[in-house]
Design a protein around this ligand. Structure first.
Ligand code: UD1
Length: 314
């Protein structure tokens, strides 16, 4: 039996969490498409016998059509993430995030897929005067990455209206949790903070540390992705996938130091280009239309995440 569900970027930090959730909630087998650019097969070690793995780049249209044949749902999470990376290396990030995403939609249509659920980004909002950020606000992307992710949303709604592929986009708000890879300077800030705490090295904070984010625990995002795949009357729409809170980097580094029982001052550096100052999701639409119900507070999420990094480092 071919899998009914395919996750692009399925070996990544968020994708692998989604694969585990799908399998834990009744799927027998899940397919993944991943070129292992940032994903790792070790993320799926515990479930590898139930995963059909395709080590394929999303820019390979013919392969995607072959892999998607017979599938009902595609979760499209494959991307080259990171705002600063999209500024220092704009070509690969444009190519994968825009052309690759176009390919995924086109292949989904050719293969007769029912619905594509797309990982969009809160960065599309840019700096807004009002907090929290609601879906009706005019997007103001400040970086190539933000623009690329916005383009993917627009393609989703156009594939829904012109090509008959159901499409739902979720704007992820700074997802964190176990398996987020801290090995690159472009890694998510909480994974870098955890690594700093465990290795007793000062983290670098870009700017004054008073910028804020709606950090969202990875399992809450995986659950919402599954809900978006089955919700009725939402094709062509975009929703915030956030927790609804907002915390500064200074506060979070303090919290992590407390959890780890250390005192270690951060080093401060210049603000990064393309950086958004504040970010917080209005979750009302996702609650109303998708049944979103985030379960993890920041305290609980940080505790679980740090526990995971401790075990990894042991
Ligand atoms: C952005 C998006 C997010 C998306 C992610 C993908 C926004 C609001 N969020 O995250 O939805 O999933 O891109 O990559 O645009 N920082 C430090 N020290 C470090 C690393 C980062 O101070 O060592 C700072 C950054 O300058 C930034 C904050 O931490 O102010 C968060 O950075 P990061 O984790 O990279 O995510 P965003 O760029 O906010």
């Amino acid at each position: 039996m071919r899998p009914k569900t395919i996750v692009t970027g399925g070996a990544g930090f968020i994708g692998s969490c989604l694969v585990r959730e799908l399998l834990a909630n009744g799927e027998d087998r899940v397919g993944i498409v991943d070129n292992l650019n940032s994903g790792r097969l070790s993320n799926l070690a515990a479930v590898k016998d139930q995963v059909e793995t395709h080590l394929v780049d999303i820019r390979n249209y013919e392969e995607l059509v072959r892999i998607f044949a017979g599938a009902e749902t595609i979760y499209h999470l494959a991307a080259i993430p990171s705002v600063p990376r999209s500024i220092s290396e704009p070509v690969p990030s444009h190519d994968v995030n825009i052309n690759g995403t176009f390919n995924v939609y086109r292949a989904a249509q050719a293969a007769g897929v029912r619905r594509v659920v797309y990982a969009a980004s809160s960065s599309a909002y840019g700096d807004t005067e009002v907090m929290p950020k609601t879906e009706s606000m005019v997007p103001r992307p400040k970086s190539p990455y933000a623009l690329q992710k916005l383009m993917g949303e627009y393609y989703g709604s156009v594939f829904a209206s012109c090509f008959g592929v159901e499409a739902v986009s979720l704007r992820f708000f700074n997802v964190y949790g176990p398996r987020q890879d801290p090995s690159s300077p472009y890694s998510g800030v909480l994974s870098l903070f955890m690594k700093s705490a465990l290795t007793r090295t000062a983290p670098t904070i870009f700017g004054d540390g008073e910028q804020s984010r709606d950090f969202t625990y990875v399992e809450d995002v995986a659950t919402l992705l599954r809900k978006a795949a089955v919700a009725k009357g939402v094709s062509g729409q975009m929703y915030n996938a956030g927790n609804g809170g907002r915390y500064t980097l200074n506060f979070l580094w303090d919290q992590i130091q407390k959890l780890e029982g250390i005192t270690l001052s951060a080093t401060y550096g210049p603000t990064r280009g393309g950086d958004v100052r504040d970010s917080q999701a209005d979750t009302a639409a996702a609650i109303r239309d998708l049944g979103h119900s985030p379960r993890f507070s920041i305290e609980e999420g940080l505790r679980l995440t740090l526990e995971w990094y401790r075990a990894e480092n042991a």
